[in-house]
Design a protein around this ligand. Structure first.
Ligand code: CP
Length: 324
């Protein structure tokens, strides 16, 4: 694995999931693989789970880790070419990424979309430039359109919690209300990974969202889509709760309808579904406290599994570096 940006970078998905679960049982099995290798984590936006879990994963592999919060600690970045830099930006990504590549063997980057220009966000221009100029393997810590470490984690968690062998679990991505316009990265990515997992026979996948919240087709091919929450979650085994802003009317909020919030009453429609969320979550806006505090919530186990997802991916990258 050279870079980790989407599910397309994974050749054997069930194998990667199994490897992550093996690492959970034996975290230090490859503790010398990353010896004398440096991981740089570059954040242009805030993070709790991604930052800490990826550091922990790297520590398990014997790596040294450096973290920079570019939004607060770095120079203001210029990302466009051909700009005369006589304004607020101080350093061009061409130099900044190239310099970081001098210090690190693998680089992680988090860069959220601005949610103003869909074409610009979905071009992933900043991410692609970062890969191009740093010249070392890059792991996505969440880009404008995807959050692959989160999605791998989610699949690991579903696999870990599903012991029925006669059928795959019904997994539902359920849109939830929110007060702010959020990116589509997590639901895009979750859908992309679940559609691939469905092809592998690992899940049956359904998306439930109000009218006006369709995700880009490239992420949802193979998914069943409904505009009824009740229909979507009927007999579900896992409900993945997430808000996102509109893709078509880009970055807009069309609905804050609290009838889309999952509470204990709605869970009675499901097959006693486990409830997932990538976190952070706004209690009693996106998801009812009674669910988050109840026996069906998987959110803490899910966040814990971020370590094993990151470790499985870093291990693959280190193995690739070792063979050159
Ligand atoms: N789920 C997730 O990526 O959490 P952070 O934004 O805190 O890293």
């Amino acid at each position: 694995m050279k870079h980790f940006f989407s599910v397309a970078d994974v050749d054997n998905l069930p194998q990667l999931v199994d490897e992550a679960l093996q690492l959970k049982n034996n975290p230090f099995a490859s503790e010398y693989l990353g010896k004398r290798k440096t991981l740089g984590l570059v954040f242009l936006n805030p993070s709790l789970r991604t930052r800490l879990s990826t550091q922990k994963a790297a520590i398990h592999l014997g790596m040294d880790v450096m973290v920079i919060n570019m939004d607060k600690e770095g120079w203001a970045l210029e990302t466009k070419d051909g700009v005369v830099m006589n304004g607020s930006t101080v350093e061009h990504i061409r130099e900044a990424a190239a310099v970081m590549g001098q210090y690190c063997d693998i680089l992680g980057l988090r860069s959220f979309p601005k949610l103003q220009d869909r074409e610009e966000d979905y071009s992933e221009d900043l991410f692609q430039k970062f890969i191009r100029f740093c010249k070392v393997p890059v792991i996505s810590l969440e880009s404008a359109t995807r959050h692959p470490l989160q999605s791998l984690t989610d699949l690991i968690t579903i696999r870990e919690c599903w012991s029925e062998i006669t059928r795959p679990p019904k997994v539902v991505l359920a849109w939830a209300p929110h007060v702010k316009a959020l990116p589509q990265a997590v639901p895009n990515s979750f859908s992309e990974w679940m559609c691939r997992a469905q092809v592998e026979g690992m899940v049956d996948f359904v998306i439930a969202h109000p009218q006006g919240y369709a995700l880009a087709e490239e992420f949802t091919r193979g998914a069943a889509v409904t505009h009824s929450l009740e229909e979507g979650i009927a007999d579900a085994d896992f409900v993945y709760v997430k808000n996102w802003s509109a893709y078509e009317d880009y970055g807009k909020i069309h609905s804050v309808d609290d009838r889309w919030m999952i509470d204990q009453n709605k869970l009675t429609l499901t097959n006693d579904a486990k409830v997932m969320h990538c976190l952070p979550v706004r209690r009693d806006v996106e998801l009812a406290s009674e669910v988050l505090d109840g026996p069906n919530a998987l959110v803490i186990q899910e966040a814990g599994n971020r370590v094993w997802a990151a470790q499985a991916v870093l291990k693959r990258m280190l193995e690739q570096l070792a063979v050159g």
